[in-house]
Design a protein. Structure first.
Length: 340
């Protein structure tokens, strides 16, 4: 069995080893929200990124009704405004960025990608396996959607050729797995072999982006070593949460705050979070301070120092108060990102 992990910290904290390099492959986690309309480029479900550079527009939604058996959700992509003629550098896709540590077990090995897919548009679709910048190694594979608006199970087997190219094998992006929805000629390649170029789809890829109302659903995505597509590995939700939170976490904070300066209104707090792949970027919304008789809005909040599992921050409030430990509380939502 292939054991994939991100680092020893994850193992000691109880993360269950998995044969699947795809995280949240059944689209169970949606911490950023459940609808993105429109979306050009950004994360949707946890670990899943939608990219779109056409003259049209698309939306992404968490779908709970039209889904394959054995899962609560899938992702649904819908064309809002169509683009029937894609320019050379235009594209639309959904992809996952696999951390270098989790790509290591695939180097020089044969692997199988399996997934469930459904679309209103039949024809040839493609998937790209590509390294990170300078994007100098790509492999394009094709699959066919035979029947419109019907769930179909697909599998793709390939050998991961490590020769050539620049690969990150630590905590950066080790591998892109890209589900193409349409692309121009610049990023298109013939399927079936590794090329030393930046390619993200097949020359035969259907332009799913052509017409408003077209739909594309994806679920139960699994990338594992070997030539056999085993049944989708259903992990406990707590494990999926922990896997996703290595990269992005939303945490509501409610805690005592403490003065660090004799100057009025300079105070501090500390927030702890799940271990990140790198020191995260932290932003906040809705931070307020309880000072004796009322909640005051914060006028500024600054991360003074941070690590992979905690951060200290300074803040001020509209009353410009100075606090002693235990005399005041701070609350707010913290967005903690170490995304690839």
């Amino acid at each position: 069995m292939t054991v994939l992990y991100s680092d020893n910290k994850n193992i000691t904290e109880g993360t269950l080893p998995t044969t699947n390099a795809i995280i949240n492959g059944d689209f169970d986690m949606w911490v950023r929200g459940s609808s993105f309309n429109p979306i050009s480029s950004g994360y949707t479900a946890d670990r899943w990124y939608v990219g779109e550079t056409t003259d049209g527009s698309i939306r992404a939604d968490r779908e709970s009704t039209i889904k394959p058996d054995g899962t609560n959700y899938c992702i649904k992509i819908t064309v809002v405004t169509g683009d029937s003629s894609l320019a050379g550098t235009q594209y639309g896709n959904i992809h996952q960025r696999i951390e270098g540590y989790n790509y290591i077990p695939f180097i020089g090995r044969t692997a199988t990608l399996s997934f469930w897919v459904r679309s209103s548009v039949t024809g040839t679709y493609s998937i790209a396996f590509r390294n990170d910048s300078p994007y100098d190694r790509s492999y394009i594979a094709e699959y066919t959607i035979d029947t419109a608006n019907t769930w179909e199970h697909k599998k793709i087997t390939l050998a991961f050729d490590y020769s050539g190219g620049t690969w990150n094998l630590t905590n950066g992006i080790g591998l892109y797995v890209i589900f193409s929805l349409g692309l121009g000629t610049t990023y298109a390649a013939a399927p079936g072999s590794w090329v030393s170029e930046n390619k993200i789809g097949s020359t035969n890829q259907v332009n799913w982006l052509a017409t408003a109302g077209n739909t594309f659903y994806l679920s139960k995505v699994q990338l594992e070593r070997g030539r056999v597509a085993t049944p989708f590995q259903q992990l406990p939700r707590a494990i999926i949460e922990k896997q996703c939170q290595r990269y992005y976490e939303v945490r509501y904070y409610y805690q005592n705050c403490v003065s660090t300066s004799a100057a009025t209104g300079h105070n501090w707090g500390m927030i702890e979070y799940n271990w990140k792949r790198a020191n995260p970027t932290i932003t906040t919304t809705g931070t307020t301070i309880w000072a004796r008789v009322a909640w005051y809005n914060t006028t500024s909040i600054t991360i003074s120092s941070g690590w992979q599992d905690r951060a200290y921050f300074n803040f001020q409030d509209t009353a410009h108060s100075n606090y002693n430990f235990g005399t005041a509380l701070i609350r707010g939502t913290f967005y903690i990102s170490a995304e690839l």
